[in-house]
Structures are given as structure tokens and as C-alpha cells.
Design a protein around this ligand. Structure first.
Ligand code: PGA
Length: 254
């Protein structure tokens, strides 16, 4: 059992959200490159679209990997304001955040669009970071598990179990995002164990054991060690604290 846990390579990802101009992105990523040397973990930065090209050029040959914050499911066409998988692929984007709660809440993302986008990511050889998580009302109402299960079952519909090892799941309780209120590491670990059991139902146990599951929601240098010490947590998806070199470097190298 312990061996299986160590086989999953930790993945620490920074979701910059709608922050950082190109010049701010350059400064941040240059700082991170230095701090990432020689790592055996996966470090991912997810800049806004406008900075993707510049960041992509800067990180060539370094330990920092590139992620996008969204993707469209069509290759091209009349979809004003959207960015296609082809465009991302050309910039060496390796990971794509899909179904972040902010996109579900403000931009009409549903489990159905999440499902289409995951399939698109695979078609273009990118790895999805699929976000799931319950609201405070849902947790207090005792329905956190069925909500998360529904997001997984519908979001991962018709995904082949041979693709499971390319999937990253980010468990992000909505009430812990940007609020300074972290789930206790035990709460996070319990839900992540539950997520893996749901994945076993979808993909089979062996494939489910290859999926990396991150925790996200107010991860900071001060709490990352405790979170990463949990038995089932394979990484973190970090918002606010990924915007400062020192903070994110401490998180990467917890
Ligand atoms: P936060 O955001 O770290 O600022 O809470 C996490 C996220 O939304 O991915």
C-alpha cells in the first residue's frame, strides 16, 4: 500500500487565475525556475492565456511545466473569445485545469462541458486537472460525498481506464477557496480517499490507484507540509499563494 502511494509523483500546481500581466509573469516564473532545479516532483504553472507564450518560452529545458486554466472542446471555428486545444498544444501546454469551481459558478461550466473538455485534452495529448468539490451548504447538509461523486461520474463518463493515469483530480471544497479557511487535512484526506473509491468504481482499482489527487483551497507555506503528509493526498492546486515566488517555492519544495 505504502509503495503505491510513493509511486504517484507529487504534483504541485499554481493556478494564477486572472492575475499577472506578461511582465509580472516573467518575473514570477524566472524566480520559480531557480527554485525548481533538480526536483523529482511535477511543478506546474497555469498563467492567464496572454502570458502562456512568454512563459512557455522561458521554461523550455527547465523543471517547470505549463498548464492552461481552460480549454475549448472544438479545434477551431466561430467561438468568439475561446482558445482551442490546437493553440495550447503549439505552446507545449501539458496540463489543463478543467471545471474549476469559479468556471462552474461564473461561466456556466457543467459536468457535461467538463466531460467534453477532458476528452479534448486527451485527444491533444494534454493532461486534465479536473476540479471537483462541494459548497459550504452542501457540506453542512451532509451531501458533500454524493455531490463530488456526481461530478466524477458525469465528468469522467466514457473515459477509458487506460487514460486514467493521465488524469489529475483536484479536490477543492468551494468554502476553502480564497477564504483562508482550509479544510482540515483530515477532512481533505477523507474526501480524497472517497474520491479514489469512486474512481475505482469508474476505472477499476488498479487504474484508479494511478490517478493523482490534489487538494486545493487556501494552501500556504504554513500548512502544505501537514496536507502533503496525509496518506492519500498527492499534490496541491494553489491559487493565492502561487502568485509570490517565495511562497510558491516553499510550497513546491515542502
Ligand atoms: P486558493 O485557490 O489557493 O487561493 O484558495 C485555490 C484554487 O482555486 O485553485
Amino acid at each position: 500500500m505504502v509503495e503505491e502511494i510513493y509511486m504517484r509523483r507529487p504534483i504541485m500546481a499554481g493556478n494564477w487565475k486572472m492575475n499577472n500581466t506578461v511582465s509580472e509573469s516573467v518575473e514570477l516564473v524566472k524566480g520559480l525556475i531557480e527554485k525548481a532545479e533538480g526536483t523529482e516532483r511535477d511543478f506546474v504553472v497555469c498563467p492567464p492565456y496572454t502570458a502562456l507564450y512568454t512563459v512557455s518560452e522561458l521554461i523550455k529545458g527547465t523543471e517547470i511545466k505549463l498548464g492552461a486554466q481552460n480549454i475549448h472542446f472544438k479545434e477551431k471555428g466561430a467561438y468568439t473569445g475561446e482558445v482551442s486545444p490546437l493553440m495550447l498544444k503549439e505552446l507545449n501546454v501539458e496540463y489543463v485545469i478543467i471545471g474549476h469551481s469559479e468556471r462552474r459558478q461564473y461561466f456556466g461550466e457543467t459536468d457535461e462541458t467538463v466531460n467534453k473538455k477532458i476528452k479534448t485534452a486527451f485527444e491533444y495529448d494534454m493532461k486534465p486537472i479536473v476540479c471537483v468539490g462541494e459548497s459550504l451548504a452542501q457540506r453542512e447538509g451532509g451531501i458533500a460525498e454524493p455531490i463530488v461523486k456526481g461530478q466524477l461520474v458525469n465528468g469522467l463518463k466514457n473515459i477509458d481506464s487506460k487514460d486514467a493515469e493521465r488524469v489529475v483530480i483536484a479536490y477543492e471544497p468551494i468554502w476553502a477557496i480564497g477564504t483562508g479557511r482550509t479544510a482540515t487535512s483530515e477532512q481533505a484526506n477523507d474526501m480524497i480517499k472517497f474520491i479514489r473509491s469512486v474512481l475505482a468504481g469508474i476505472f477499476g482499482k488498479e487504474a484508479a490507484d494511478t490517478v493523482r489527487i490534489q487538494y486545493g483551497g487556501s494552501v500556504k507555506p504554513g500548512n502544505v507540509k501537514e496536507i502533503m503528509a496525509q496518506s492519500d493526498i498527492d499534490g496541491a492546486l494553489v491559487g493565492g499563494a502561487s502568485l509570490k515566488v517565495d511562497d510558491f517555492a516553499q510550497i513546491m519544495n515542502y
